[in-house]
Design a protein around this ligand. Structure first.
Ligand SMILES: Nc1nc2c(c(=O)[nH]1)N[C@H]1C(S)=C(S)[C@@H](COP(=O)(O)O)O[C@H]1N2
Ligand SMILES: [Mo]
Length: 316
């Protein structure tokens, strides 16, 4: 059962925006307090100030039909297999996960390899709020107000070399704290994901450090994760410690575990069924009726040009 789905708990986007406009950062503190109040979500790191939309990070405005998913739902219904395959247990199992100190090492085919602390990332790249839809390959979706910045800012700082063609992301490997990494099973830890370099430079490719105005709680991928809203959720790798520029397409954990079901691109596409189910519709958490899934999760204007000439029919 998904909690936090009664209509009173749902904040329409317009109301949320209005509250923010009226109360300024106080509203953010108030919303953040909600995160802390619901057990196991206390965040150790400040996300830094949320500032208004910037012209240097062009992203589409959220559509008015999108209603923000309540924070209780976002932080109690999670896919994070390192902790548990039970979505409603991830928050509890990840409660004591050490997210500070934390570093993200960026290297591989770059001129200026560099290790950033979470504090460096926040200070250098100044997270802003962006609302994106998240569509899981399993057929459910949410609408989440993230704090983040474009991944391209990190890339600019390290200066990819000419032969760099892909970005490879790696989640922390810490079996002592992550029971899912001790369980054996079909997964070859750490969780690895990747983007083509031009996808990684698209303004929608976001590095998130917070949600609802508060630092990410562990279950949401603290302290730093990818958000690639036009792709199925599994591409949005959590708790990243390593980012490498590479020449060859990285093999993701899911490509290794189930190559017939999960590919590299994993672009949201209602016309390409998963081998075991249709992708034509989705259940927006908090809604009763399924809704149609949108091509590229509704972000075609921003990202369709990346795939010109590609056969998207096998693009699962
Ligand atoms: N390291 C890691 N990242 C991960 C996952 C995971 O199991 N491990 N699950 C993915 C999947 S399948 C989804 S749908 C999203 C879920 O993000 P959320 O729990 O914040 O909604 O995280 C993705 N990132
Ligand atoms: Mo997912």
């Amino acid at each position: 059962m998904v909690r936090g789905t009664t209509s009173e708990e749902i904040t329409p986007l317009a109301t949320y925006r209005r509250r923010q406009a009226i109360m300024g950062t106080a509203a953010i503190g108030g919303i953040g307090a909600l995160v802390a109040a619901c057990g196991g979500t206390s965040a150790q790191l400040p996300a830094g100030p949320t500032v208004g939309p910037s012209t240097t990070w062009p992203t589409p405005a959220p559509v008015p039909e999108d209603v923000l998913t309540p924070i209780d739902t976002i932080v109690t219904y999670n896919n994070f297999y390192e902790f548990s395959t039970d979505k409603e247990r991830v928050a509890k199992v990840s409660e004591k996960f050490t997210t500070s100190p934390w570093t993200l090492s960026v290297g591989g085919l770059v001129e200026k390899p560099r290790t950033f602390s979470t504090e460096d990332l926040v200070a250098m790249f100044k997270p802003e709020e962006r609302v994106f839809r998240l569509r899981c390959v399993e057929g459910w979706s949410m609408v989440i107000p993230w704090q983040g910045f474009p991944l391209s800012r990190i890339l600019e700082a390290v200066e990819p070399k000419g032969d760099a063609k892909f970005v490879r992301f790696e989640t922390v490997k810490r079996p002592a704290e992550m029971p899912g990494q001790r369980d054996g099973g079909p997964y070859n830890w750490p969780y690895v994901e990747g983007l083509r370099l031009d996808e990684a430079r698209n303004p929608l490719a976001t590095i998130a450090t917070g949600l609802y105005g508060k630092a990410l709680p562990p279950q949401s991928g603290a302290p730093v994760r990818l958000v690639a809203p036009w792709k199925y959720g599994f591409k949005s790798v959590k708790s990243i410690v390593k980012l490498d520029l590479v020449a060859e397409m990285p093999k993701s954990l899911w490509m290794a575990a189930a190559p017939d079901e999960y590919g590299f691109y994993a672009n949201v596409n209602p016309d390409v069924p998963h081998p075991r189910w249709s992708q034509a519709t989705e259940r927006r958490l908090g809604e009763l009726k399924r809704r149609p899934t949108l091509f590229l999760n509704g972000y075609a204007d921003q990202v369709a040009s990346l795939y010109e000439g590609m056969d998207l029919r096998r693009n699962f």
